[in-house]
Design a protein around this ligand. Structure first.
Ligand code: SIN
Ligand code: MN
Length: 205
């Protein structure tokens, strides 16, 4: 029963975005990166570098450094305000979130180089969990791990491909998830390879 309950609100949408839509999104992301280059966040306390790099678009960006996880209006390296959320990304939010308001944050993760991954975590730094999290995969496929509402709950592994959309809504909004590994050579979308993930979130109530 519990397993059913927790599946409520989890939407896995394989192939939700066709190739042309992926190319349009990637071009929008490349514009963001020109203004707000990828940087390598650090783990709270230890200061250990992440194996992935990040940047953001929107009025608030998610960042991590020795002082902790938080949202802020400026890029931690350039100190410039994050670029505005591209219209193409906003469209994706409205198509898949079924939520009336706009997201303040598009976190952009890039998985490239030596064995990039992202440990099991919940998206819990927002002031509201009312809106869903919408996540878009671009480029190389990955092994994605999805768990339950506590760290000890069983997890399962799925393969996410370019153009797949995952929505964490309602009772699934705070499910644990992470990326175990990238399947190198699995996509031609991004020149030079790698995987980009867009995470769209509402931050404030
Ligand atoms: C994240 O949870 O920040 C990203 C998940 C993903 O890369 O699919
Ligand atoms: Mn996450």
């Amino acid at each position: 029963m519990q397993a059913n309950l927790v599946n409520e609100g989890l939407r896995l949408l394989p192939g939700a975005l066709e190739r042309t839509a992926q190319e349009i999104l990637l071009a929008a992301v490349q514009n963001v990166i020109r203004a707000a280059p990828f940087y390598r966040p650090e783990m709270p306390r230890s200061g250990r570098p992440f194996s992935i790099e990040m940047t953001n678009a929107g009025s608030l960006g998610w960042v991590s450094d020795r002082e902790g996880y938080r949202y802020q209006a400026r890029h931690p390296v350039t100190d410039a305000p994050w670029p505005a959320m591209p219209a193409e990304i906003l469209d994706v939010w409205h198509r898949f979130s079924q939520y009336p308001g706009d997201p303040e944050c598009c976190l952009i993760n890039v998985y490239r180089g030596d064995n990039p991954k992202l440990g099991l975590h919940r998206d819990e730094d927002e002031e509201t969990y009312e809106a869903p999290v919408v996540s878009v995969s671009l480029g190389e496929s990955c092994k994605f791990r999805i768990g339950g509402l506590t760290r000890k709950d069983p997890t399962r592994s799925l393969t996410l491909h370019s153009g797949d959309v995952v929505v964490l809504a309602g009772p699934s909004r705070l499910r644990y998830h992470g990326v175990d590994r990238i399947l190198a050579g699995s996509s031609t979308l991004i020149e030079g390879g790698g995987r980009i993930n867009l995470t769209l979130r509402r931050v404030r109530p």
